[in-house]
Write a protein of this length. Structure first.
Length: 133
């Protein structure tokens, strides 16, 4: 994946979800084909924490079934950083299990949301451009 393309309505729905989860981290899944996102799944952060997230396993199972049923792919996993910059933490890197998925981080510490996307692999972390259309 060379970039992540998000329709504006999905982009703003992701931001609203993350802001609505404050003071805790918000999280979710973005599905689509190739690098173009076409569906958002807002997930429950079972950690209920401002510094970590864990998606509800039963929600994840339902989402993965829906993604397959609709002929989509898991394109990205998103979460917010309420108290830090939108860069992958050590824990984010350790829990990045999907090599083909992008990891989107919504930074909320500066007052205005700042969104960045990354590919996280064993070989390292590389930033992806995010295009909102």
């Amino acid at each position: 994946m060379k970039r992540l393309i998000l329709p504006a309505d999905i982009f703003y729905e992701m931001l609203e979800h993350c802001i609505g989860c404050l003071p805790d981290e918000g999280c979710g899944i973005l599905a689509g084909n190739d690098s173009r996102i076409s569906k958002i799944y807002k997930m429950t952060n079972t950690d209920s924490s401002p510094v970590s997230y864990m998606m509800d396993p039963s929600e994840q199972f339902r989402v993965m079934k829906d993604i397959r049923k609709n002929g989509l792919q898991l394109a990205a996993i998103f979460h917010s950083h309420p108290v830090s910059e939108p860069r992958p933490s050590q824990k984010d890197r350790e829990l990045a299990f999907y090599d083909d998925a992008a990891y989107v981080i919504v930074g909320l510490s500066s007052g205005l949301p700042h969104v960045r996307a990354y590919m996280i692999k064993e070989s390292g972390v590389s930033e992806l451009p995010v295009e909102v259309i």
